[in-house]
Design a protein around this ligand. Structure first.
Ligand code: HEC
Ligand code: HEC
Ligand code: HEC
Ligand code: HEC
Length: 134
């Protein structure tokens, strides 16, 4: 009897553990994605490469939850909240989530400006935005 009980408890623990693992996978960082919206063309963004470039610091791009509009998942898509026109809850428009109007500063640009030597970190509009990125 006791043995059966232990087996059942173990089975439950395994099932529960698996459930947690599956949920964890939903939070797995994406591979290369194309960020879309700009009339200039989409931006091909190599997420894994950038995780390394940011020394594994996710918060370099994913800010903490803000009271005005709390995060649903810790690393939710920017476009879920940042819209093309400001909303009552989120004033920062879609573009401003990535860079300012002239692409001189911002999430994607400040680091590129620092790494401009060598020319591999793009700072010009059409070195990020390309019509071919669909
Ligand atoms: C250089 C900036 C940057 C860094 C650093 C970064 N991310 Fe991201 N991440 C993004 C962007 C931009 C998106 C939005 C992709 C999209 O809209 O499809 C994203 C999307 C995601 C998503 C998908 C969200 C969804 O709902 O589809 C997950 C999960 C994620 N990141 C996890 C992480 C984790 C974990 C780390 C740290 C280990 C990390 N990211 C570091 C920029 C970054
Ligand atoms: C759940 C909603 C939500 C998600 C997802 C989200 N943000 Fe935000 N973000 C906000 C809110 C709310 C603010 C507060 C300022 C405002 O009203 O615009 C903000 C502000 C910002 C700002 C302005 C500076 C600051 O910290 O106040 C930047 C830049 C920004 N977000 C970039 C991003 C990027 C890049 C992503 C995706 C990697 C992202 N956000 C994902 C809601 C969100
Ligand atoms: C922590 C610094 C940092 C941040 C933040 C960052 N980048 Fe980069 N990015 C780099 C560096 C460094 C390179 C050059 C990589 C190399 O040497 O190959 C690069 C290269 C690129 C390239 C050229 C193609 C490639 O993958 O090498 C694109 C496109 C790009 N980044 C887009 C973005 C976008 C979009 C964001 C914002 C969501 C962003 N980056 C944020 C550092 C950064
Ligand atoms: C480091 C890469 C990078 C550079 C350089 C860059 N952008 Fe962007 N920009 C992005 C990303 C990522 C987005 C969000 C995805 C998209 O709309 O393509 C964005 C969004 C935008 C948007 C918003 C589109 C919308 O739907 O509201 C505009 C407009 C824009 N960029 C214009 C420019 C201009 C003009 C320049 C040059 C002065 C420039 N960008 C340089 C990465 C870049």
């Amino acid at each position: 009897m006791n043995r059966v009980f232990v087996v059942v408890v173990l089975a439950l623990a395994v099932a529960f553990g698996t459930g947690v693992a599956v949920q964890g996978q939903a939070e797995k960082a994406p591979g290369t994605v194309i960020l879309k919206g700009a009339p200039l063309g989409g931006v091909k963004f190599d997420h894994p490469k950038h995780v390394k470039l940011a020394d594994n610091k996710c918060e370099t791009c994913h800010h903490p939850s803000k009271p005005a509009m709390p995060l649903k998942t810790p690393h939710q898509k920017c476009s879920d909240c940042h819209q093309k026109t400001p909303t009552a809850q989120v004033k920062t428009i879609y573009r401003a989530a990535f860079h300012d109007a002239m692409a001189k500063t911002g999430t994607c640009i400040t680091c590129h400006q620092k790494n401009a030597a060598g020319g591999k970190a793009p700072t010009k509009c059409n070195s990020c935005h390309m019509k071919s990125n669909t």
